[in-house]
Design a protein around this ligand. Structure first.
Ligand code: SF4
Ligand code: SF4
Length: 93
């Protein structure tokens, strides 16, 4: 059998591969403790934490959320959050 070496991926295909199905633990945010430092957003290796503009309060501060379609449940965000806002919780499917 001939095996071809290497692979070619089109740019932007990461959006097509929803990785949330692998998750065992999911990040849950306790928003009243959040200081909106954005460390979680920067630390997430999958870039799936975002500041949700639709939940901005009267001061224009919005809530940070995880896109569960792409979150793999690695827990890095919870580990890096300086205010212990994020708790990794066993996901029930
Ligand atoms: S790292 Fe924690 S405190 Fe900072 S924005 Fe994220 S959830 Fe809020
Ligand atoms: S658990 Fe991992 S993949 Fe999910 S939001 Fe946090 S850092 Fe990102």
């Amino acid at each position: 059998m001939k095996i071809t070496l290497g692979a070619v991926c089109e740019p932007g295909t990461a959006m097509e591969n929803k990785t949330g199905g692998w998750r065992t633990f999911m990040p849950v945010f306790e928003y009243d403790k959040c200081i909106r430092c954005a460390i979680c957003e920067v630390a997430c290796p999958d870039m799936c934490i975002y500041a949700d503009q639709e939940t901005a309060n009267e001061k224009g501060k919005c809530l940070y959320k995880a896109d569960y379609d792409y979150c793999k449940g690695c827990g890095i965000c919870a580990n890096e959050c300086p205010k212990d806002v994020i708790t990794m919780t066993l996901e029930e499917k």
